[in-house]
Design a protein around this ligand. Structure first.
Ligand code: F3S
Length: 277
């Protein structure tokens, strides 16, 4: 099998930074706990657990020592609660995510209703909403944007960092046509943008696409969505063991991309397993 790796794929700057912060703590001899999974990749999280890095759901589960805020950010009150409990807080929030918090906070302080274009319930989105305060909510689709009454409102719009520019643009357009005033900040990060463009370029030119990354990873799910939109049979897998050889009959060339939390060793494993077919 011929395998073409997308020009931009795999771990981004924010995820590498978060991992380096935790690895540095481990080297000092004190494995910290992480508040929820550090990144959205179960295999990496398991490896960290083997090195003593526990995952907790709430700061109250940690009696003493350090706690790491994950790369996708946490609501401010949760971080404050950890500090009040006397824990050393290591903030691994990606600077691009922290910037969305800043923009959302500023829009709210200027009297805008803050709209986050994103996946309701996703941890990154919950943290952005908490930064914006009371007058904020999530819009996940054009249908939701059309259903809401925007008349007379001043609306400030930001995006979850992993959305597609197409969805963001469509929702901004719909709100702009109905609200009194709209300010939109495209806060999709460059890593998301580059990986999406590379997948969009590759998918139409191969027999099928493999998208490697956590099923809980928003940006990986988006990459799979893009490949399907391009008409390529698309397989979203977490590891090489999930390759279904029987489904690949007749395929000669496949494309490979990976989410921003997927480590190089998993991409390499998938690539060599496919090349051996
Ligand atoms: Fe940061 Fe973008 Fe990665 S927001 S964590 S650089 S996907």
């Amino acid at each position: 099998m011929r395998v073409i790796l997308a020009d931009q794929a795999g771990m981004c700057f924010g995820v590498r930074r978060a991992l380096e912060l935790v690895e540095a703590e481990i080297r000092k001899g004190s494995a910290p706990a992480t508040l929820g999974p550090l990144i959205h990749n179960p295999q990496v999280v398991r490896r960290l657990e083997e090195k003593g890095v526990g995952v907790v759901r709430d700061p109250s589960e940690v009696e003493t020592g350090s706690i790491v805020m994950p790369s996708h950010g946490v609501p401010r009150d949760v971080q404050d609660a950890a500090a009040r409990a006397g824990l050393r807080v290591i903030d691994a929030t990606c600077p691009f995510v922290a910037n969305v918090h800043k923009v959302a906070r500023r829009l709210a302080s200027h009297g805008y209703l803050v709209v986050v274009v994103g996946d309701a319930g996703h941890s990154e989105v919950k943290a952005i909403l908490s930064a914006a305060g009371e007058d904020a909510f999530v819009v996940g689709s054009a249908t939701e944007a059309e259903a809401h009454d925007w008349s007379g409102r001043k609306v400030g719009i930001v995006s979850q960092t992993t959305q597609t520019p197409q969805r963001f643009g469509e929702i901004v357009g719909l709100i702009a046509a109905r609200a009194k005033e709209v300010v939109a900040h495209n806060t999709i990060c460059y890593a998301t943008h580059d990986r999406q463009s590379a997948a969009r370029e590759l998918a139409p030119n191969v027999d099928a696409m493999f998208v490697v990354g956590g099923r809980n990873s928003a940006n990986t799910n988006r990459l799979a969505e893009i490949c399907r939109e391009c008409g390529a049979p698309t397989f979203h897998i977490e590891t090489a063991d999930e390759i279904d050889v029987s489904a690949l009959e007749g395929f000669k060339t496949v494309g490979l991309t990976a989410g921003a939390s997927t480590p190089d060793w998993i991409i390499e494993e998938v690539k060599s397993r496919l090349e051996a077919l």
